[in-house]
Design a protein around this ligand. Structure first.
Ligand code: PEP
Ligand code: MN
Length: 270
């Protein structure tokens, strides 16, 4: 059975480096993507973005279309959220990443973002993968909640097969029997993806753990295992966050973590 091909190290030996205006992913440094789970409020984003830039964040995140388990939970601000994210990113000199949930929103998401995120729940939405594969924007592809490593790489293959070679893989924890943590960070899968593929691989310690106090240790473990970067949720008032407050770091906690991660990364040979 033909499996993944274009994403494999056999096809391409050198690491793929994804270049953005102010940073790159996969080029040896540890890229830090951070921001709130969802774009909630213009003032909050405009204040937070320069703070993040100053502490060494490379890319601003924020969801405008949120894949919530309950239809009654906050679903995101939609196009207004995209505009706010874009405005905050531009003002602070940060590229931005946001999730695309539906191919019908591709045009507006494309217009406002620098990286298109495909969330876990859509990892095997093959129509959506094909659509982003036909664009020229980098794609951040989260591993599905219960996806095997091969299924994850084959999802990336869909995007590459359409012509878009700029895919960043993201290990964000998988469903296991454990319930204390929101998911289980699969460090082995992160290392395997680095070994099997030339694509950059980052980790999401926020969704992987679901608990603020576990985000830093999980982030450090991922970097020690060779991650090319991290995507971390941060909120100035986590208790008031409209989504994922319990796993969101305070800005000052993120600043400490970034220093620790950079120190750690400088001692890891990639
Ligand atoms: C997110 O990044 O906000 C998100 C919904 O992530 P995931 O798709 O990994 O659950
Ligand atoms: Mn979230």
């Amino acid at each position: 059975m033909p499996s993944y091909h274009l994403v494999s190290r056999k096809y391409r030996k050198e690491d793929t480096v994804i270049r953005l205006a102010t940073t790159e992913v996969g080029g040896g440094s540890t890229v830090i993507i951070a921001g709130p789970c969802a774009v909630e409020d213009r003032e909050l984003m405009l204040q937070l973005a320069p703070l993040l830039k100053n502490m060494g964040v490379d890319v601003l995140r924020g969801g405008a279309f949120k894949p919530r388990t309950s239809p009654y939970s906050f679903q995101g601000l939609g196009e207004e959220g995209l505009q706010i994210l874009n405005e905050a990113g531009r003002a602070a000199g940060l590229p931005v990443v946001t999730e695309l949930m539906d191919a019908r929103d591709l045009d507006i998401v494309y217009r406002y973002t620098d990286i298109i995120q495909i969330g876990s729940r859509n990892m095997q939405n093959f129509t959506l993968l094909r659509e982003v594969g036909q664009t020229d924007k980098p794609v951040l592809l989260k591993r599905g909640l219960s996806a095997t490593i091969e299924e994850w790489l084959l999802a990336a293959e869909y995007i590459l097969a359409e012509g878009n070679q700029q895919v960043i893989l993201c290990e964000r924890g998988i469903r296991t029997f454990e319930t204390y943590t929101r998911n289980t960070l699969d460090i082995g899968a992160l290392a395997a993806a680095k070994h099997l593929s030339h694509l950059p691989v980052i980790a999401d310690p926020s969704h992987a753990t679901g608990r603020r106090e576990l985000v830093a240790p999980a982030a450090k473990a991922a970097v020690a295992a060779g991650a090319d970067g991290l995507i971390i949720e941060v909120h100035p008032k986590p208790k008031e966050a409209k989504s994922d407050g319990s796993q969101s770091l305070l800005p000052e906690e993120l600043a400490v973590l970034i220093k620790e991660v950079k120190a750690l990364a400088s001692n890891i040979k990639k």
